[in-house]
Design a protein around this ligand. Structure first.
Ligand code: FAD
Length: 492
C-alpha cells in the first residue's frame, strides 16, 4: 500500500464526504464499512413492496451538498433531484388543532395568524433574532469548526458571543417570542433535530428553526437513500476503494502515531492517515484499547437521545397524512424529563410519521402506505430492557396514532418492524444508541465533543456526528469538509 494511503473507518455520510473530498484531491482512499451498504444511519429497508428510509427524512442546508459535489468537479443536479415538499410538516395536537408549516413564508405567516394572530409580530422578531444567531454561528462554529478552545478566542467570537443567546434555554427564548402554547411546542421541537431537550439546550439552537424556515426543508426524490447511492457513485468515479461487510477491529499505532488498522478477520492494512467515522465514544472504547482514559472521560458525558422506530406497511390510505407529520403529546416537558432525567421512554410521546409514498408513489403498493414512525427515546441505560418492552411500546405508539385520527391503524398493518435504541446501537456501533453523538443539553456541550484531530495520536482523525460541528446531515457533511482540510494540511 502506498505511503499516501488514507483509511476511513465507516461509510456514514461523514466518511463518504471526507472520502469524496480527499479522493478529488488525488489521495488514495480506502473506505471500510461493516454493513452491507454505505450511508450509515441514512439507510434503507425494503419489504413486501414497501420502501422505507430508516434514518434522516428531511434535508436542510442543501448548498452544503452542492458544494461537496462541486469540490469533486461535479454538479449535484446530475446525480440527485432535491424537492421542497409542501408543507414541510403537518402538525397536530391531541385536541385536533393542526398547523401546516408551509415552505413559502407568506403562507407560513398566514397559518400563524390563523392559529394565534397575536403571535405574528413575535414570529418576525424571532426570525430577526435567529438571523443574528445564524450570522454569528455560521462562521465561528459551522463553516470553520474549531480544534480547541484557543481557536475560539478570536476577536470575532468575542464580538459575536453575546449574539448567540447561549445563556438561556431554547424554551425560555421561544416563550419570549410566542404566546400560543401550540406555537411554543412547535418551535421547541427544533431542539430535537440534534437529539437534545428544548428545556435544557441553549437558545442558540433556535437557529435550526431559522434555517428550516428561511432556507427550506428538502427531500431527495426517490427516497433519502438516493443520497447515499449518489455519493457511492461519485466515490466509484473518483477511484475510492470501498470494502463493504468489513469490520475494523482495532486501529494500529506505534510511538504516538497511527499507521493502519486491523480488520476483524485478522488482515492488517497500513495507512499514512486514518479517519474514523464510527462514533468516537465507541472508537475509543473498542478500536483504541490503549486510550481508555479518554474513553472513560467520554463515557461520563451525556449522549443525545436515541430513537424508537416503527416501519409500518399498511393496506389502506389516510388522506390526512402529509409527507411529514408530527402528532404532539399533551405534555412536552414531561417527555423530555422522562427521556433525559429518568432514562425511560415517554408514556405519551410526540410521534413523527413520514409517509414518503405521498411524494414517491412507488414506495408502497397502490392504495397502501409506508409509515416510518419515530419517537424520541432515551439512550441505552439501566432503566429500560428493550427486548422485553419493545412490542408493548410499539402497541402504545400505534394506539396513540389511532387516537390522533388514524382510525383502526392496528388492523391495517401488514408489515411491521421495530428498531429500538439497542438495534440502532448494534447496527451502526452507535454508543448508547445515541443518534447524534453527545447531547447539546448544556451551553458548553460543543466544547466537550472529541475534536476532529485526535489529541492523543498523530495521523488519527474523526469525522461525523460524534465530532464537530455535530449531528444531522448538513453538519456531518461539513465535518467531512473540515477533516479533509486538516488531513491535507498535515500531509503536506
Ligand atoms: C431515526 C433517525 C432519524 C434521523 N433524522 C434526521 C433528519 O431528518 N435530518 C437530519 O439531518 N439528520 C437526521 N438524522 C441524523 C443523521 O442520520 C446522522 O446525523 C448522520 O447520518 C450521521 O452520519 P455520520 O457520518 O456521523 O455516520 P453514521 O451514520 O453514524 O455512520 C457511521 C458508520 O460507521 C460504520 N462503522 C462503525 N463501526 C465500524 C467498524 N468497526 N468498522 C467498519 N465500519 C464501522 C457504521 O456501520 C456506520 O455505517 C437521523 C438519524 C436517525 C437514526
Amino acid at each position: 500500500m502506498s505511503s499516501d494511503q488514507i483509511i476511513i473507518v465507516g461509510a456514514g455520510l461523514g466518511g463518504l464526504a471526507a472520502a469524496v473530498r480527499l479522493a478529488a484531491q488525488g489521495r488514495r482512499v480506502t473506505l471500510i464499512e461493516k454493513n452491507e451498504r454505505v450511508g450509515g444511519k441514512l439507510n434503507l429497508v425494503t419489504a413486501q413492496g414497501y420502501t422505507f428510509d430508516t434514518g434522516p427524512s428531511l434535508l436542510t442546508m442543501p448548498w452544503v451538498l452542492e458544494e461537496l459535489f462541486a469540490a469533486a468537479g461535479r454538479r449535484l443536479s446530475d446525480y440527485l433531484q432535491l424537492d421542497q415538499i409542501e408543507p414541510t410538516c403537518r402538525y397536530q395536537w391531541p385536541d385536533g388543532t393542526h398547523f401546516h408549516a408551509w415552505q413559502r413564508l407568506p403562507q407560513f405567516v398566514q397559518e400563524v395568524e390563523r392559529l394565534s394572530p397575536a403571535d405574528v409580530a413575535g414570529l418576525f422578531r424571532f426570525l430577526a433574532h435567529t438571523a443574528q444567531i445564524y450570522d454569528a454561528v455560521a462562521d465561528n462554529f459551522l463553516l470553520r469548526p474549531f480544534d480547541g478552545i484557543r481557536d475560539l478566542l478570536t476577536p470575532r467570537l468575542l464580538r459575536d458571543g453575546p449574539r448567540i443567546d447561549a445563556l438561556r434555554s431554547v424554551d425560555r427564548a421561544v416563550r419570549s417570542f410566542f404566546r400560543s402554547p401550540y406555537l411554543r411546542q412547535l418551535f421547541n421541537r427544533y431542539a430535537t433535530y440534534n437529539g437534545s431537550s428544548p428545556y435544557l439546550s441553549p437558545a442558540t439552537f433556535n437557529v435550526i428553526a431559522y434555517i428550516e424556515l428561511v432556507e427550506g426543508g428538502w427531500y431527495v426524490r426517490g427516497g433519502m437513500y438516493q443520497l447515499a447511492h449518489a455519493l457511492q457513485r461519485l466515490l466509484e468515479e473518483l477511484g475510492v476503494e470501498l470494502r463493504l461487510n468489513t469490520s475494523v477491529a482495532s486501529i494500529l499505532s506505534e510511538r504516538g502515531a497511527v499507521h493502519g488498522v486491523r480488520l476483524e478477520h485478522g488482515e492488517t492494512i497500513t495507512a499514512r492517515q486514518v479517519i474514523v467515522n464510527a462514533d468516537p465514544r465507541y472508537a475509543y472504547t473498542t478500536l483504541l484499547p490503549e486510550q481508555q482514559r479518554r474513553a472513560a472521560r467520554l463515557a461520563r458525558l451525556e449522549p443525545s437521545c436515541s430513537g424508537f422506530v416503527l416501519f409500518l406497511g399498511i393496506d389502506t390510505s389516510y388522506p390526512q397524512l402529509a409527507h411529514h407529520n408530527i402528532f404532539f403529546s399533551s405534555d412536552y416537558q414531561a417527555e423530555f424529563t422522562a427521556i433525559f432525567q429518568k432514562g425511560v421512554p415517554a408514556a405519551d410521546p410526540t410521534i413523527y410519521v413520514a409517509a414518503t409514498c405521498v411524494s414517491d408513489h412507488d414506495h408502497a403498493p397502490p392504495g397502501h402506505m409506508n409509515l416510518f414512525v419515530l419517537v424520541n427515546a432515551p439512550a441505552l441505560g439501566p432503566r429500560v430492557c428493550w427486548p422485553r418492552e419493545a412490542e408493548a411500546y410499539a402497541d402504545r405508539v400505534i394506539t396513540r396514532l389511532e387516537q390522533h385520527g388514524l382510525h383502526h391503524l392496528s388492523q391495517h398493518i401488514v408489515y411491521r418492524q421495530i428498531w429500538t435504541p439497542a438495534e440502532i446501537a448494534a447496527r451502526y456501533n452507535a454508543a448508547d444508541g445515541a443518534i447524534y453523538g453527545l447531547s447539546s443539553n448544556h451551553p458548553f456541550s460543543a466544547f466537550m465533543r472529541p475534536p476532529l484531530r485526535a489529541p492523543e495520536l498523530r495521523n488519527l482523525y474523526f469525522v461525523g456526528g460524534g465530532t464537530h460541528p455535530g449531528g444531522g446531515i448538513p453538519l456531518v457533511l461539513l465535518s467531512g469538509r473540515a477533516v479533509a482540510e486538516r488531513v491535507s494540511a498535515d500531509y503536506r
